[in-house]
Design a protein around this ligand. Structure first.
Ligand code: 0A1
Ligand code: ZN
Length: 815
């Protein structure tokens, strides 16, 4: 029988040796990248000797060199770049690994599981042998060799077992690992308490590497992290960075059960581990901080990243049904929408019954490679839900639209719903899906409602009646964002202002604020408002903002959320065809108007927040958040005042949140202090790669009219390199969000990104392919720009020798 072993080592394998049952074998052939070995029986021992060059591995998949250390990345198909192997997630094996090398260069040798033996070799070499008792797929394999130091700690599990914890970094970084370690211990405890999941080995290691394609990786007991999600101290990391570290540490740790103990049968099931683990990390972060603020942040990401994906050429269901390159499917749809789908099950079942479902899932599939269907069945049985129709959420792409009207007659209020799921590539017709909507009907006199209700829409059209309303009530719907849908309804701005002030669901309050602004900006952009209407629209927004600024009962973390205007990409999403320059101008115009009209309130807010003592309390974090928000509005309304205030904030800053907030504002202004402060920032943090990434990102995301020239110049800066994914992303990703840069009417911004893709593709296809989606939005952009975007995609498509990653994204974007 011929056994197929995957591999794309990318060179002649004639020098490798293949040994079957102790004897050198010649009965092998190559089929493309795969090795075929002919084996006579069922059980054999195969030995393969391969030689690889980690320093030549610029794709950062398989075994590669980063900053003098060696490390691996095997998800999804990196292991086959180390050796030939049946590299599929449903092939579970136990691994024993012996590493040997020069002790001075690689004093630390780490692998999955436990170190079982170690010793000295000849000529200054040393070796270590590690064994992982848990059978695992090859994508969870990892090893690290390097000159590293560790922050160590211990955790005692709920059954009393002691676990040795270590966070490994380069020597100078040790002082910035405290938060990562605290986050890890919190995550371990939280998973015991919330999901009943206990850790299952004696050691847990985290290693930080500076060259990494993604955020982090959940290799069994040896998590490998992008330094960005490990290293933090107050001088170099913002509050946002601290939160992100906590979230990613939690995410990777939670994979130990949702991913490692129960893994995926095949890569179509990716959301089985990712959607579930994102839900788990979201719940964890909510419990560690503010639940409503976390919910708002998560919904903002969903709407600005996943909704556009769902309405564009790359739309796919959370369980995709085809792919050419699986790396392209580590998407906001699989991750974030996947989490929303599970969250809906949790909402329908209730927390306790959902937990019974997940318990059943973990116990019945422990040690297995499972499917999304297995998960759904466990929730059905354990939680007692019928999810027959709900399964459509796994197979249908596209964000459902729910159209809704509220009628009032006698003392009955009637809600009429109509749902449609838009067509997406390959899926022209859709069926109605169960949509759980939390709602409340407010009495407009008392400002109270009679209790929150959960209605589940499962037909194309449905209505629900509610008695006991002498007056038409005010409807609060999709509270807590109970379903990842877009709600379309006629609603008066009085009702929205009422909800912005009175709703007892913080998310709904935020939503009402967003809605007021979205409706106003969309109507203005559509040209459907005369001057008087435009003015009264602004007045309503101004009144709502003023109320938020003056509400003493609000904490500042929440106030900060309520003050954020809907983003340009979410606004573009509301329109069939968007003009990025017009959206930018209208949104900035409103910001400037608010900054001017409410100037004294923003100045007061800044002053009050400045007086709050620093530290890590919610109050201190909230104060820092609103300080930067106030500066943003002042910068739009009164640039001179903002420049002075931001400069002073920059100079006085004893933490990165304040410093970055001030510099962000200055970078967008055409003020003489701008260059000086940017230079100061650079000199202050020279040599600290993560902070220099911020320096690039701030300039590349700025509102400055010359952002394109700035990015061009930064690409020639000695600190810029295509070899480091963080650096590439920090310069070019924020740039793709700039209306005046990326969307410059000349097409130069599009050309710049296309040039980047072509230059990066041969080096690091995974990272290159991630820059295709911004260009892929062309169908939803006004025709003048759409032609230019398409032309760049065609230019990329015509390039010889494109990687599978980029080729797939570009052709799907053009189809
Ligand atoms: N499983 C990881 C994500 C990940 C996927 C692919 C990678 O290859 C470069 C790296 C990481 C997670 O969900 O965190
Ligand atoms: Zn994950």
């Amino acid at each position: 029988m011929a056994q197929r072993l995957g591999g794309s080592i990318g060179r002649d394998v004639a020098d490798d040796t293949f040994v079957v049952d102790g004897a050198l074998s010649n009965s092998w052939t190559m089929d493309g990248d795969d090795l075929l070995i002919t084996l006579p029986g069922d059980t054999h021992e195969i030995g393969i000797d391969t030689e690889i060059d980690p320093s030549a591995n610029s794709k950062l998949m398989g075994l590669y060199a980063s900053n003098g250390m060696l490390c691996t990345q095997c998800e999804a198909e990196g292991f086959r770049r180390i050796t030939f192997f049946p590299d599929r997630p449903d092939v579970l094996s136990t691994y024993t690994v012996r590493m040997e090398g020069p002790a001075d260069k690689f004093p630390v040798l780490l692998c999955n599981g436990n170190e079982v033996a170690a010793g000295e070799g000849d000529n200054g070499t040393h070796w270590a042998e590690w064994h992982d008792p848990w059978p695992k797929p090859s994508y969870l394999f990892a090893l690290v060799a390097g000159n590293l130091v560790a922050r160590r700690d211990t955790f005692t599990t709920m059954s009393g077992r002691k676990v040795d914890l270590a966070v490994w970094v380069r020597e100078g970084d040790l002082s910035r690992t405290e938060h990562a370690m605290e986050s890890l211990k919190n995550a371990m405890k939280w998973d015991e308490e919330t999901f009943g999941r206990e850790y299952d080995l004696e050691v847990f290691n985290i290693v930080a590497v500076s060259d990494f394609n993604m955020g982090a990786m959940e290799n069994k007991s040896l998590n490998i992290f992008n330094t960005k999600y490990v290293l933090a101290d107050v001088e170099t990391a913002t509050d946002g960075d601290y939160d992100a570290i906590e979230g990613v540490i939690g995410h990777e740790y939670f994979h130990n059960w949702s991913g490692d103990r129960v893994t995926c049968r095949d890569w179509f099931q990716l959301s089985l581990k990712e959607g579930f683990t994102v839900l788990r990390d979201q719940l964890f972060s909510a419990d560690m901080g503010s639940e409503p603020v976390k919910r708002i942040e998560d919904v903002r990401v969903l709407r600005s990243v996943q909704f556009p994906e769902d309405s564009g050429p790359l739309a796919h269901p959370i369980r995709p049904d085809s792919y050419r390159e699986i790396s392209n499917f580590y998407t906001a749809t699989v991750y974030n929408k996947g989490a929303e789908v599970l969250r809906m099950m949790r909402t329908m079942a209730g927390e306790e019954r959902f937990r019974q479902g997940t318990d059943l899932y973990f116990t019945s599939h422990d040690g297995e490679a499972a499917t999304c269907e297995d998960f759904v069945k466990s929730i059905e049985q354990g939680a007692g839900l019928d999810l027959t129709q709900f399964r459509l959420w796994y197979s249908q792409a596209g964000t459902p639209k729910v159209h809704l009207t509220l009628d009032h007659e006698g003392d009955t209020a009637t809600l009429r719903f109509a749902q449609t799921v838009p067509p997406t590539p390959g899926q022209p017709d859709k069926k109605p899906m169960p949509i759980p909507l939390k709602l409340a009907l407010f009495d407009r006199k008392t400002g109270k409602h009679h209790g929150e209700q959960l209605v589940i829409l499962n037909e194309a059209q449905q209505s629900f009646s509610f008695d006991g309303f002498a007056e038409p009530p005010v409807l609060s719907v999709n509270r807590g964002f109970s379903a990842p849908v877009a709600i379309e309804r006629e609603v008066s701005s009085e009702d929205l202002v009422f909800l912005a002030e009175h709703d007892d669901d913080p998310f709904a309050r935020y939503e009402a604020m967003q809605d007021i602004v979205v409706r106003h900006l969309c109507a203005t952009l559509a040209g459907s408002l005369d001057d008087a209407q435009r003015n009264s629209g602004r007045q309503a927004i101004g009144a709502a903002f003023s109320a938020v600024l003056g509400d003493a009962k609000l904490d500042d973390l929440m106030r900060g959320e309520l003050l954020i205007l809907p983003g340009e990409s979410y606004l573009a999403e509301q329109m069939l065809i968007a003009d990025p320059a017009a959206i930018r101008a209208e949104r900035e115009g409103l910001k400037a108007w608010l900054g001017q009209t409410l100037e004294s309130q923003f100045v007061d807010l800044h002053e009050r927040a400045r007086a709050v003592p620093g530290g890590t309390s919610a109050e201190a974090k909230g104060a820092r958040k609103v300080k930067s928000q106030a500066l943003v509005y002042l910068a739009a309304g009164n640039p001179g005042l903002a420049a002075r205030t931001a400069s002073a904030q920059y100079d006085a800053a004893d933490n990165m949140t304040d410093r970055q907030g001030a510099l962000m504002v200055l970078t967008s202004l055409q003020t003489p202090g701008r260059t000086h402060k940017l230079l100061d920032f650079y000199n202050r943090f020279k040599g600290n790669a993560l902070v220099i990434d911020k320096w690039f990102a701030l300039q590349a995301s700025s509102l400055h009219p010359n952002v394109l020239e700035h990015v061009k110049a930064l690409a020639k800066h000695p600190d810029f390199t295509l070899k480091n994914p963080n650096r590439v992303r920090s310069l070019y990703m924020p740039f793709t969000g700039t209306a005046q840069g990326f969307h410059a009417a000349s097409g130069e911004g599009y050309r710049m990104i296309a040039d980047l893709i072509l230059a990066l593709d041969p080096l690091n296809p995974q990272t290159a392919a991630r820059f295709v989606p911004p260009l892929g939005r062309w169908r939803r952009i006004e025709p003048g720009r759409a032609v230019l975007m398409r032309k760049e995609l065609e230019r990329i498509a015509a390039a010889p020798k494109l990687s599978r990653d980029t080729y797939e994204q570009v052709t799907r974007s053009l189809d």
